[in-house]
Design a protein around this ligand. Structure first.
Ligand code: BEZ
Length: 578
């Protein structure tokens, strides 16, 4: 039987006098215990997610106290909410307050995902001594790269606007419940939410007065499309302070996949203890949000092993915190540094490092007779470099962008994840390059990228790339994807427009995957110039995209060149253990 004490709305004072409301659960025991802190902007009291993943009662049973705190300016806490604006200091001060309580043994850990994961990196990079371990799940250390923009500089429109709208509704409701809100604003915001697909396609993108009224921070995001000094407060910039043991948890279809991996690698390479053996990484077949955490999607299911609760994540948390908060040296003895779910064979596997130590990067060359448009075209993907020079050209019209089908989007109530891409493969603005059906299995595990030779008759445009596993029944299941905005091809901080017609070599970061292509399957890369609304559409004008109307946007003729002089290729991390 577990007996515990629950104190609701404990006002933890910050150094500027602001009180942050915190619910504290303590197991009934004579001895001081370690405490696990979750800091959330979503209402610590109301968010049942906390009690489910990992289960809070399980932590109590294992002898941990729990503290669920509302971030500054959210739910019952005092102050004003600014996205990540106060989290480093508030996190550090909360950790120290908890550590000083008589019932606490001076050791604090943190866990949970997404925003609640970002606050963990904030506290860890603030260098707070009592913070002994963190378990950040599906989250980021570098907020430009994810969730608000992307490694190639395109704006993550679906994620940014949906999240900001949800936060605006929460802020408006909070004001109403304290007696000074505006009910008609809440009605208008709810109408946007109800007609989200239409609202997400409206232009100009930055004209969001009602959301900005409640979430002024969104105006700042629009004002900083480059990775300039505004973004330099992110924890990645202070990674050299970080030595906190971390259990990083990522999903192959999560919008934070790239940043979860980047955080793990950044601490390993540039943290306070480079090569840090105290970092663990787990990557499952999951997308963002409760539905995607089960690895069950309409077009692809990963079986019982893919369900997060059955993947021993809860007991892994306990083992990890037992090691670092209770000092049990044997708790992690049987736990590998890296644990990945290998799709295709749909099995978990232990590894020693990320990327895997035996990764061999292999070029898969793009080739065609100049007709790679659509899945009916003659685009080929081959390990043999082409002998002829050729180019595939298509018209990219931002007024009819390629629609996003699943993938690494927020859409927590709808379909994200491994969607069948065949509906967009019939479009004449999608280039398709496929391998022949494979005779043997081929494992691709690690970072994926495309090095392309691209030109356009516009002064700015985008190029997108998707890696797809084509099943024998024709389904084209998305694995990973990326986008490069051409003005940012040299630098995210110093945009440079293109010269019309000039061929540029570009690198598209497609994040990563782990997939065994089975015999009879084909490897496919799809190239185009939009993936909307996951990313905003490039207007092709070279102008200020956020403030342009649909009528301002112009079509562009874009080309992918391939051959000996322009060796466009997909670079795959191949693992061969046969
Ligand atoms: C989240 O907490 O789920 C979240 C936060 C920022 C952007 C997207 C998602």
């Amino acid at each position: 039987m577990i007996r515990y004490t629950l104190d609701i709305d404990v006002p933890i004072p910050m150094s500027d006098g602001t009180k942050l409301m915190t619910n504290i659960w303590r197991p009934e025991t004579e001895h001081p215990v370690p405490v696990l802190l979750v800091r959330s902007p979503y209402g610590a009291k109301d968010n049942s997610e906390f009690y489910g993943r990992p289960n809070a009662l399980m932590f109590l049973e294992a002898g941990y106290a729990l503290a669920f705190q509302d971030c500054r300016g959210t739910s019952r806490s005092e102050g004003d909410f600014i996205h990540q604006g106060h989290e480093a200091k508030d996190g550090a001060e909360t950790v120290e307050w908890l550590a000083q309580q008589s019932w606490c043994n001076d050791t604090v850990g943190m866990y949970s995902g997404s925003y609640q994961g970002m606050v963990q990196w904030q506290a860890a990079s603030a260098g707070v001594p009592s913070l002994k371990a963190i378990a950040p799940m599906v989250t980021s250390m570098d907020f430009y790269q994810a969730p608000w923009y992307s490694p190639g500089g395109a704006f993550s429109l679906e994620c940014t606007l949906s999240w900001s709208l949800a936060m605006a509704i929460a802020q408006c409701t909070r004001q109403l419940s304290s007696g000074n809100g505006d009910a008609s604003d809440l009605r208008s915001l709810s109408e946007l939410m109800a007609d989200k697909d239409k609202w997400l396609t409206s232009t100009p993108v930055a004209e969001q007065p009602l959301i900005i009224k409640y979430v002024p921070w969104l105006a700042e995001v629009f004002a900083h499309p480059c990775r300039d000094e505004f973004w330099q407060t992110a924890p990645i910039e202070k990674v050299s302070n970080v030595s906190t043991p971390a259990l990083s948890i990522a999903g192959w279809y999560d919008l934070f996949l790239g940043e979860s991996l980047a955080a793990y690698q950044a601490v390993q390479r540039n943290g306070a203890a480079p090569g840090d053996a105290n970092q663990h990484l787990v990557i499952g077949p999951w997308s963002h949000g409760p539905l995607g955490l089960n690895g069950i999607f309409p077009d692809r299911q990963f079986g019982v092993a893919g369900i997060q609760n059955s993947s021993e994540l809860a007991s892994l948390h306990i083992a990890f915190f037992d090691r670092w908060l209770k000092g049990n040296p044997r708790a992690l003895e049987d736990v590998a540094p890296v644990r990945i779910f290998v799709m295709g064979i749909d099995e978990w596997r232990n590894e020693q490092a990320w990327p895997l130590l035996d990764t061999r990067y292999v070029d898969y060359h793009l080739d065609s007779e100049g007709g790679a448009r659509t899945s009916e075209g003659n685009g080929v993907l081959s390990i043999c470099p082409p002998t002829n020079e050729a180019a595939d050209r298509y018209l990219y019209d931002p007024r009819r962008p390629v629609p996003t089908l699943g993938g690494h989007i927020l859409n927590v109530t709808g379909f994200n994840g491994p969607a069948d891409q065949t509906p967009v493969e019939h479009r004449d603005d999608v280039l398709i390059y496929s391998s022949p059906p494979l005779e043997r299995i081929l494992e691709v595990t690690g970072p994926v990228s495309a090095d392309l030779y691209a030109s356009s008759d516009a002064s700015d445009t985008d190029f997108t790339a998707k890696l797809v596993d084509v099943f024998p029944d024709g389904r084209a299941i998305l694995l990973c994807e990326g986008i490069q905005r051409m003005r940012y091809r040299h630098s995210l901080n110093q945009p440079e427009l293109m010269s019309r017609g000039e061929i540029y070599q570009i690198h598209i970061d497609m994040t990563a995957t782990s997939n065994v292509f089975l015999p009879g399957h084909r490897i496919r890369v799809e190239i185009s110039s939009s993936n909307f609304p996951r990313y905003d559409r490039n207007s092709n004008t070279g102008g200020d995209i956020f403030h342009e109307h649909l009528v301002d946007m112009i079509p562009a003729v874009n080309q992918i060149h391939h051959g000996p002089k322009n060796p466009s290729r997909l670079v795959l991390p191949i693992i061969d253990r046969t």
